[in-house]
Design a protein around this ligand. Structure first.
Ligand code: ME8
Length: 511
């Protein structure tokens, strides 16, 4: 495999509306994983973007009385604006209306159409279509006659479509997933995919004739490319499939597509089969997270549960926001958002936990040592270095396996142990005894060193707070130059540097 870059993607979002915290959830998760890999010294390519074609977009534009292109041009910046406030550091942003994408979709379509195996054929189709999903359903899929995902009425469509012979890929997909047990995660989702494939696959249509907004098939332009065929292709467009073979060889296959569980079938069945049909490798991993609810309910505009990220960002700030969703909701499972739990996490883990640790240590350094980091003192025995080393190593292995919730929990063992350590050692009492000055220095060195390691380890999750803590510690080398595992090794904090107290990292919030 020619790949030497960690290539990670988010889904591309439909800009028919503004984002809610469910969309932001996978954007934040992907950013945390991407930042972790940069911290581990890897070259990272983190892709996100917007899925701008299809019937759903065409109808949203019509409802707004606008041309679809004008509409998506207006809507797309409202997504980027949210990613910017969420500190999402993507390396590329793809819009499916861009010429580079048009070229890649045409190239992929042709590769599949002309592969000599008759994988694309023309047929008539009559079926039940959910425009919100942009997908067909059979009667048995429906719940009370409604779309199983959106609980909305489906529409009967009858069209001439080109079909992709997905049914022919059953055995190859099974072989792929047997040979690559981690290719779909978590385990429950892998089992779901395997049982769908074993149950037999239906061919799916890859073109539409009932509307115009999309990319025409190169061999029959009255057909518009099915929006999912179009959208999935974004992952290879941005890797240079149509215009940069060298770059494509370095980037493809992607290491991980981070997605929500509702779009698993497209990513873990359609997409690998499409790639196989074109002679390309499937992605190395598809990681499907769970669904967020608000007050136990599906998020939607109509029941006021479609919370815009700004509502929370204005109140909690970006670091607390990112922390909450990654820590409170077990990544991979469904979870419920509530204001109460968010305030609770903020106050308990951030304000009282990490924030309090930092302000106590920095205040004592200021009062007893003029802010200077004292010398370590071997006689001050403590298990803090061992706790930190163990937590850092578990943090890394959890991040490597896309388990941010467990990774953060490991880091918080350092916070808890360091706060206990201060309580046990009572530096404020030691400070009263003139002959225990070296010991006092040793205690505060250890606590400050724990803070330094914490700043490094929290940086993928809370880049802003990590940066502020880092500058309060007065370390000269930029935080962005730190690399794991070395940066988490105990004893790298240099005695003599000048710390400063600064503002509290996480001011307490009223509930
Ligand atoms: O599906 N909780 O776009 P999208 C968690 N354009 N995640 C949620 C969520 C919730 N309540 N609601 C939405 C699409 N999401 C396609 C993708 S990729 C080639 C094309 C997640 O804007 C959802 O699971 O409807 C999905 O991963 C993402 O938001 C985009 O949803």
């Amino acid at each position: 495999m020619g790949r030497d870059v960690f290539y990670l993607t988010t889904p591309i979002y439909y800009p028919n509306d503004v984002p809610h915290i469910g969309h932001a959830y996978d954007a934040v998760a992907a950013d945390v994983i991407a930042r972790y890999h940069r911290l581990a010294g890897e070259e990272v390519f983190h892709l996100t973007g917007t899925d701008e074609h299809g019937l759903k977009l065409q109808r949203a534009a019509e409802a707004a009385g606008k041309d679809p292109q004008v509409w998506v041009d207006e809507m797309e910046p409202r997504w980027r604006e949210v990613w910017s406030r969420l500190d999402i550091a993507y390396d590329d942003y793809i819009r499916t209306t861009e010429p580079r994408h048009h070229a890649a979709v045409e190239k992929l379509l042709r590769a599949v159409y002309e592969n000599g195996r008759d994988d694309v054929y023309l047929d008539h189709y009559e079926g039940l279509y959910c425009v919100a999903c942009e997908a067909y359903y059979v009667e048995a899929d429906l719940v009370d006659g409604l779309c199983p995902i959106h609980a909305r009425p489906v529409e009967l469509f009858r069209e001439e479509n080109y079909f992709f012979r997905l049914s022919a890929y059953r055995d190859r997909l099974l072989e792929h997933y047997t040979a690559n047990p981690l290719a779909v995660q978590p385990e429950a989702r892998r089992n779901e995919v395997l049982s769908t494939i074993r149950g037999g696959l239906q061919d799916f249509s890859i073109s539409r004739t009932s509307f115009q907004w999309g990319i025409p098939l190169p061999w029959d332009p009255k057909h518009i490319t099915y929006v999912w065929f179009d959208a999935l292709t974004n992952y290879i467009t941005a890797a240079g499939y149509a215009d940069d073979p060298e770059r494509f060889a370095r980037l493809w296959p992607a290491n991980v597509h981070v997605i929500g569980k509702d779009i698993l079938r497209f990513h873990a069945i359609y997409w690998p089969a499409m790639l196989m049909a074109a002679g390309l490798e499937p992605p190395m991993q598809v990681w499907a997270h769970g669904f967020l609810t608000v007050g136990g309910q599906k998020m939607s505009k109509t029941n006021a549960t479609g919370i815009h990220p700004f509502e929370l960002l204005d109140h909690f700030g970006v670091d607390s926001y990112r922390y909450y969703f990654m820590r409170e909701i077990q990544f991979g499972q469904d979870g419920n958002f509530s204001w109460e739990s968010m305030v609770e996490r903020h106050n308990a883990d951030l304000a009282n936990g990490l924030g309090n640790l930092a302000s106590r240590v920095l205040a004592m350094l200021a009062s007893y040592f003029d802010g200077r980091v004292p010398e370590p003192f071997a006689e001050v025995e403590s298990d803090l270095p061992a706790v930190a080393a163990d937590a850092a190593s578990r943090f890394r292995s959890h991040m490597e396996s896309v388990a941010p919730t467990q990774a953060i929990a490991a880091v918080w063992e350092i916070v808890t142990r360091a706060n206990q350590y201060l309580v046990e050692r009572e530096p404020w009492k030691v400070a009263g005894e003139a002959d225990r000055r070296t010991e006092l220095g040793g205690i505060l060195y250890a606590a400050a060193e724990a803070l330094r390691i914490l700043a490094v380890l929290i940086s993928p999750v809370m880049p802003g707070a990590a940066g502020r803590l880092w500058s309060q510690l007065g370390i000269e080398e930029p935080l962005s130059s730190q690399r794991l595992p070395e940066a988490a090794e105990w004893g790298r904090l240099r005695p003599g540097i000048t710390t400063s107290r600064g503002e509290p990292l996480f001011p307490r919030l009223e509930s």
